[in-house]
Design a binder for this molecule. Structure first.
Ligand code: GLP
Length: 246
């Protein structure tokens, strides 16, 4: 696992954007797995800046990790809305295809199958990830087992509480979501996980230096051969010197 620690999230975002640029320049039809959450904002700001400086994402395909069940694309807290607001609507030219699971369809189970077919058709070159304070990636929550395919998940109390900051009250946070499974994440050629802030320091240390356990979903990334952690000093504070030098 490659670990890069920056003073500022904005510097980290620029670095992560440069990893995306490299894939755009070396791949005919680049496919990016994208994430939502406040951690990804510096990356999307940097990508928008690069787009204004000439980076062309028009040949790219993007596939988002997850979506809340029950929120339509026009709901301000839906991940559809987030992606439009923070990335897609700000680009000069949008990516060729943009996929986000639909959270307000009548048949979420069928949507999971449709989404897996999308992922099979578009193998992911670079997967961007954030991490929950409980170690979730996408919405793959800590559990006795991790599911491979896209599935419906009951959000944990920890996640509902963490994400309540984006809603008027915790009661408004959806209780379920649709998420890509760990197979699609681990099949990505390259993974870039970003984390900022001291509230992520414990979980980053556990995912890097601890055992691979389903209670820490992000620890499965130890099994992948091309993972880069893009951190700030606060989130890297509890890593061992050995991990940082690895
Ligand atoms: C959400 C998303 C995750 C994201 C995580 C961290 O629950 N489903 O993909 O990584 O929260 O969010 P933040 O970056 O706001 O800390």
């Amino acid at each position: 696992m490659k670990i890069r620690v920056f003073d500022l999230p904005s510097e980290a975002g620029l670095y992560a954007a440069s990893l995306i640029e490299r894939v755009v320049e070396t791949t005919q039809r680049p496919v990016f797995g994208l994430a939502t959450g406040s951690t990804t904002l510096p990356l999307y700001d940097a990508l928008v800046n690069l787009d204004h400086c000439g980076l062309n994402l028009s040949s790219a395909v993007t596939i988002n990790l997850d979506e809340y069940i029950g929120l339509g694309a026009d709901h301000e807290q839906s991940y559809h809305y987030f992606m439009n607001q923070h990335l897609f609507s700000r680009l000069r030219v949008r990516p060729k295809e943009m996929y986000i699971p639909s959270g307000d369809g009548v048949n979420p189970q069928a949507e999971c199958q449709r989404y897996d077919a999308v992922i099979r058709e578009h193998p992911i070159d670079l997967q961007v990830l954030g991490i929950g304070t409980n170690g979730h990636i996408g919405f793959n929550e800590p559990d006795d087992l991790l599911l491979l395919n896209t599935h419906i998940v009951n959000l944990s109390a920890n996640t509902i509480q963490s994400n309540a900051r984006f809603f008027q009250s915790p009661d408004e946070v959806p209780r379920q979501a649709l998420t890509m499974g760990v197979q699609a994440i681990l099949q990505a050629k390259q993974i870039v996980l970003m984390a900022f802030g001291e509230e992520k320091a414990d979980i980053i240390a556990k995912m890097v230096d601890g055992e691979v356990r389903t209670e820490i979903p992000a620890s499965v990334l130890q099994l992948h051969r091309d993972v880069t952690l893009v951190l700030d000093k606060a989130s890297a504070a509890k890593l061992t010197v050995e991990s940082l030098l690895r």
